[in-house]
Design a protein around this ligand. Structure first.
Ligand SMILES: Cc1ncc(COP(=O)(O)O)c(C=O)c1O
Length: 432
């Protein structure tokens, strides 16, 4: 890149501050190199034009960045998907996935048990853009089938619903979506690809809040969209005309250019690049570091969670525990089928003593951090009714099983005996 002739006059101080520095030794970094750069220089006029003609190579980090690409490939491989797109948060991942599939006049069919941010996105923001949503509880294929409308473009569920663990039969719901050629999108944040890979059960698109288990340390936000790479234009092209229509200017369509990868190509190059929720390469790097220990953390967190759910379930101050790994859970059969490696580590527990007991317990805990976050290596606790779920009416809270004494726990990797002792102390304070 240094094109200056050795005989050229010396450069001024300010110019020298800005000249590229080249390091000649071949460097083989053990970790994925962090390319903390807004963009990447072209190698002259023709290279710039070639990049814009083919899309090959790197130009600008909102479009692509080698650090982000490396982490996207790792996530796609772990999920068993064809390609992944990494964005700035889980909320951005859900928004990009939905906006790439549904537009004004369209309809989303969603599971009744959804993360509050997703629910708000559907009910407030997408509704304002002319996208309607209906919610279906449970897994009865006939109930899902009956709710499909001619305008339905997305079926959306969570692999482990937050916080009640009311699992759905992903395969049964995928089959209903596919009878109509509709994409099934699964938010697998609480499951992680270590416990459950929805694409193996028929999902077309998987989304994650990478801020949670994938990163694991609670230091960054990120979101991932993984696509199965199975877009079938014959079967579904009429539902997603933006994927089969010629591009603006009359060029080839997404399907002509990308075949079964048309959907993820549109999410990446169309929606994510245009709306711009780019993840920082530094945050992508930290998500990548987290991924290297995902299995160990999730295995430990699931084992700790099962022990704590069992302890809470037997405690006289606890009215109920919503953990699908408990033998008494109505979702145990689905857990056996979908989550044989562990049932995750985020669940709800309801105290007999209502909100007053919940307050006393949270304020008495020393090891659990009261925090609106989950999937962290540290154990966290939240009272949904006075925090994440304040926008819900009493009837909606009752339907969601969020009572005054309900707590959401996210179990970390600490020594489980310490966590149980902390909860014993909290429960003693709650009942005092
Ligand atoms: C299931 C689920 N999906 C998505 C999100 C949103 O992720 P983020 O906070 O990274 O935007 C969350 C956040 O709690 C979540 O629990």
């Amino acid at each position: 890149m240094l094109r200056r002739s050795p005989s050229a006059p010396p450069l001024g101080f300010a110019t020298r501050q800005l000249q590229p520095i080249e390091v000649d030794e071949p460097i083989r970094s053990r970790t994925t190199p962090l390319h903390l750069s807004a963009g990447f220089p072209f190698d002259g006029f023709d290279d710039a034009a070639e990049h814009f003609r083919t899309g090959d190579g790197y130009s600008y980090t909102r479009v692509a960045n080698p650090t982000i690409t490396a982490v996207e490939r790792r996530i796609a491989a772990l999920e068993g998907g064809a390609e992944a797109v990494l964005v700035g948060s889980g909320q951005a991942a859900i928004a990009v996935a939905l906006l790439g599939l549904v537009g004004a006049g369209g309809h989303v069919l969603a599971g009744a048990s959804l993360y509050e941010g997703t629910r708000g996105l559907l009910l407030d923001d997408l509704a304002r853009l002319g996208v309607a949503t209906d919610f279906v509880a449970g897994s009865d294929p006939d109930a899902w089938r009956a709710a499909v409308r001619p305008e339905t473009r997305v079926v959306l569920v969570e692999a482990i619903p937050n916080p009640r663990n009311d699992l759905v039969d992903i395969r049964a719901i995928a089959d209903v979506a596919h009878e109509h050629g509709i994409a099934l999108v699964v938010d697998a944040t609480l499951a992680t690809p270590y416990l459950l890979r929805p694409i193996e059960h028929g999902a077309d698109v998987v989304v994650h809040s990478a801020s949670k288990f994938l990163a694991g340390q609670g230091s960054v936000l990120g979101g991932a969209i993984v696509d199965a790479g199975t877009f079938d234009a014959e079967r579904s092209g009429h539902l997603y005309p933006h994927l089969v229509a010629p591009s603006r200017g009359g060029g080839p369509s997404r399907v002509e250019r990308h075949g079964p990868l048309a959907r993820i190509a549109h999410l990446r190059d169309g929606v994510a690049v245009r709306l711009g929720p780019t993840i920082s390469p530094l945050n992508a790097f930290l998500v990548g570091q987290g991924l290297e220990t995902l299995s160990l953390r999730v295995e430990r967190q699931s084992a700790n969670a099962l022990a704590i759910a069992t302890f809470l379930d037997a405690h006289p101050s606890v009215a109920s525990v919503d953990y699908s790994g408990l033998p008494s859970s109505p979702y145990r059969a689905l857990a056996d089928r979908y989550l044989p490696r562990g049932q995750g580590s985020v669940f709800a527990c309801t105290l007999h003593g209502g909100q007053a007991a919940a307050r006393r317990l949270i304020d008495a805990l020393a090891l659990f951090t009261p925090m609106t976050h989950l999937g962290d290596v540290r154990s966290l606790i939240l009272h949904p009714r006075t925090t994440s779920h304040t926008q819900r009416t009493d009837a909606e809270l009752a339907a969601a099983g969020i009572g005054p004494g309900t707590l959401r726990l996210s179990i970390g990797i600490e020594d489980v005996d310490d966590l149980v002792r902390d909860l014993e102390r909290g429960l003693a304070a709650a009942t005092a």
